[in-house]
Design a protein around this ligand. Sequence first.
Ligand code: SF4
Length: 441
Amino acid sequence: MSAPTLANSNKLVIPTATNMVGDYWDNLFTAKERGKQVVWYNGSAVNPFFQAAGLEWCHGEAFSARLAAQQLEKPAQLAGEEYGYIGELCSYARTHLGCAVLTKQARSEDETGIVGLVDQQELASRLPAPDFFVNAYAGCSTGQQWDEISYRVFGKQVPIFNVSLPFLPGNKPDAGYLSGEEWDQASGYVADQLYKLVEFLETMTGRPFDWDALRQNMSYIKRASELRREAMALCRAAPTPATYWDWIASIAHINFMPAGPELVQYFTDVKAEVQRRLDNSTAGVRNERYRLYFDGIMNWNKLGWLSRKFADADVAVVCGRYTHNAFWQEPHLIDTEDPILGMAQHYLLCPTNHGVKTLKYLTNRDCVDYGIDGIVFHASRTCRAFTNPQHLLAKSAQKELGIPSMFFEGDVADASFYKDEILESRLAAMLEGIDVRRSRI
Ligand code: SF4
């Protein structure tokens, strides 16, 4: 196994980035001390509702990913295991359920739910206990069960609201991406539930919901998303000025940071930096020779490792399903005066919530737009929702575009499933194949 170097990768540096995310979590850890109500949620980005309702919010996957990225996930996973969850259960859910167990323990030791010194176990237990849960999970049934179990961990005393997000098979004759009867019906069905979610929040907070605040939040999010998409589009250039790993590094911002001028400023800075690199011919990977698409949810334990690994092989990973087809990715759908329908539509647009026909369309479209040479499939061991259609996508890209692909195993938040030798040998084989193909043209 060879350790990747720093020599060839050239990641975007946005000075405000780390502070925003770190400040957000620090703020959440002190929520109870400040007398705030806390909602735990997972799945779609329903946080603009929470912000408008004056709540603090914890996204379950985000906290699991944060622990994994800091290599601090083990105590929570062990607590989950002791509670009875096997290693094949989604490692986001497993980690966060372990956090629930540790938070519950911490709460019985300390009325505030906050514990003192930050060692590994304590970081996992620092989440303030939830006042209620909201579930809005598309394309995977784990989310609902995860909240159901969290509800049990907290003694069945914490209310849950579930937004039901129907899967979009996309197999009716008129069905297309963002179009057709199925799309219109599902959009209306989810929008109706969002009004019910507002009523639930009013009951939980004892206050009227602030609709003006929601409109304002969504205007910031819409602008941030437009800037993000414009910056992504600049990466069609070869060599690409920024890579997939840069978009991964800004997932937290577009997914669950508070909406506000800072969020817009952050993506203004990202776009300006990508443009500056383009103008100065500064590449995201210094010797870009191959451009790849990444399919699969992120392997958070290995984020830096993977970005350097690919760069060492002169590979620019340019775009991917997780970054480019999720997270407010169609900002034109948001009407800032009346945002509910556009929000409902984004919650349906989770990249695990489409049938294969739409996924093929999105993948092949991005491969063409970004001049992709091959696809890397991260077959994440415990996230079947992402892994299920991958062989069909690989076949489709090969047949329709002549693009080869490779698979490697890993996981969202459990490092034990990642095998470096497999990634290395399969990547080398695919790059050789791309070289042979080029030599024949
Ligand atoms: S299995 Fe995948 S899609 Fe489902 S909850 Fe886990 S990470 Fe999310």
